[in-house]
Design a binder for this molecule. Sequence first.
Ligand code: NDP
Ligand code: 8X3
Length: 248
Amino acid sequence: MIVLITGATSGIGKATAYKLAQEGKKLILLGRRAERLEALKNELSAITEVMTIAADVRNWEQLQKKLTLPAPWSQIDVLINNAGNAYGLAPIHEGELSDWNAMLDINVKGILHVSKLVLPGMIERGSGMVINIGSIAGKESYPNGNVYCASKAAVDALTQGMRMDLFKKGIRVGAIHPGLVETEFSLVRFQGDEERAAQVYKGYTPLHPEDIADCISFMLSRPKHVQIADLLILPSDQASATLVNKQS
Ligand code: NDP
Ligand code: 8X3
């Protein structure tokens, strides 16, 4: 089984790469940071076959070239559209245009770009699976999350639409919507402010990226007649986007 994971250099994508490598899946790992991809390839090649693609999911021309894959790699069985981030946390009237563009271009158009290149092969073969990583933020907005939440609501809508268009073609489509997961997510959101990022995960037990990797592995392990359409996965200390049982 060949699995393409976008956003494999960190967090959920990286944990998924480890998990699926241990299960013997062949991996195509995509992200922008080439040195991280190389390090991962060096490590995981001991247990499975790994190909890396240093690319930006926003860049359609670059993706077209880099996702033209040699024969052994071209038959992608599973696409995990995971690449994404939040940029900023501000009221709508104070948001930065560059942050809005980044979130919409990466979180939404990134999925469209990669899917457009991978789906034709799946359709030709009459089989495949797509897992989009959404967020609880796409199920319910929270104050100052405006555009990030909108981008993840779009992932939710897109997942439903993709499933409607692809279910008769042998392609299963589902989404995982995590709550708070401790990754580099908040570090990116707060432009490298480590103290502010750490604060997001203090006083309770957040999810670990491995928890989401486990769910992805479970989805992949289901027999062909089972399509897991939608999973909302929260830490036990979280009840909604804004309700977190913080002890400090
Ligand atoms: P990380 O910041 O740890 O990882 C983000 C990954 O996305 C990195 O591998 C990064 O790689 C990649 N990425 C970002 N922008 C691009 C781009 N333009 N082109 C290619 N790759 C890109 O965060 P998470 O692991 O937490 O995030 C993974 C997904 O999970 C995201 O879609 C996020 O929205 C979602 N999510 C996260 C939650 C959380 O609490 N952490 C909760 C709910 C959903 P590189 O920088 O090398 O390109
Ligand atoms: C990431 C989780 O609550 O920070 O999507 O938006 S949250």
